[in-house]
Design a binder for this molecule. Structure first.
Ligand SMILES: Nc1ncnc2c1ncn2[C@@H]1O[C@H](COP(=O)(O)OP(=O)(O)O)[C@@H](O)[C@H]1O
Ligand SMILES: [Mg+2]
Length: 281
């Protein structure tokens, strides 16, 4: 029994179109308040899903619950048919947070060393340390991941000497080297310049198309997500929209859906001053 709620999630997961990620009726409480409620989501292999919504809307909470770091108090989550943090999930999910690229200044790691940490697990630790001490033992998986993010020419560079965008790509290469099927990215575009943002989004899109990776990316940059993601989810406590970017509602429709009225009402002169309900950068 997955969650004791009798939701039938285990029966559904055996259907032929089994999702890679299955979130069913999930609610999560923080500080005695439900920060996400009755969230339902099915994500299939090769999809690029953008999760957008206002600050405090529960996006990071959802990702952390999928990872198993936070516990849901109702509903169930399955990753390839396994519960979060269970052995069956091991190595299948990679998480890249915005903070992941903010490495401590006193840590001395080259790009190649950082990326090689992605392939470290309890089965290959000996091989890993041999790679570490014998730099000529090139691991194709690591080199391939570095090449994919366009950092081959900087593989020997100390990660603290990279720009923010390059560091973020190094952290993504680490996730790729892990060969995880599912990449969960929490605001990876923050702090990146426009050119780096655009090359990162193209890179992620390529991963989906060429390697059948599944990407779930949180971003408050709705414009970037509309251009890149194959599917958009709007989360504010619960899911208000889930569908193709072409059908994404206008800011006014979203406000109405969530019960927010235009406070300027019929004031014709103030039309230009109406602030948008969402932060769009
Ligand atoms: N560590 C925490 N402890 C308690 N409440 C938290 C914590 N982190 C976030 N919250 C609360 O959970 C809610 C959702 O936050 P979060 O998931 O970070 O939203 P988002 O990522 O969409 O900005 C907010 O009300 C926030 O105040
Ligand atoms: Mg967040």
């Amino acid at each position: 029994m997955l969650d004791g709620t009798g939701t039938g999630i285990l029966i559904e997961i055996k259907a032929p179109d089994s999702p890679l990620l299955f979130v069913k009726d999930v609610s999560v409480r923080r500080n005695k308040t439900d920060v996400i409620k009755d969230v339902n989501l099915k994500i299939y292999p090769g999809e690029f899903v953008g999760i957008v919504g206002p600050n405090g809307g529960g996006k990071s909470t959802l990702i952390q619950t999928i990872l198993g770091v936070l516990k849901h108090h109702s509903g169930g989550i399955l990753l390839s048919g396994h519960e979060p943090l269970s052995q069956g999930v091991y190595g299948k999910v990679a998480w890249v947070s915005q903070a992941a690229a903010n490495l401590p200044k006193n840590v001395r790691l080259t790009v190649r060393e950082l990326v090689s940490l992605g392939v470290l697990n309890h089965k290959n630790w000996l091989n890993h340390w041999l790679n570490w001490f014998l730099p000529n033992r090139v691991s194709p998986k690591i080199e391939e991941a570095i090449e994919m993010v366009g950092l081959s020419h900087l593989a020997h560079r100390d990660v603290n000497q990279l720009s923010g965008g390059e560091r973020q790509r190094a952290v993504i290469a680490r996730a790729l080297a892990s060969e995880a099927d599912l990449l969960l990215l929490d605001e990876p575009l923050v702090g990146m310049d426009r050119a780096s943002r655009s090359s990162l989004l193209k890179l992620l899109d390529r991963f989906c198309h060429e390697q059948n990776k599944t990407i779930v990316m949180i971003s408050h940059d709705i414009g970037a997500m509309l251009q890149t993601a194959h599917r958009l989810v709007y989360l504010e406590e619960t899911i208000w929209f889930d569908g193709p970017p072409a059908n994404f509602p206008s800011l006014e429709e979203l406000a109405l859906m969530r019960g927010i009225e235009d406070v300027h009402g019929a004031c014709e002169q103030c039309d230009d001053d109406v602030p948008s309900v969402l932060e769009v950068k």
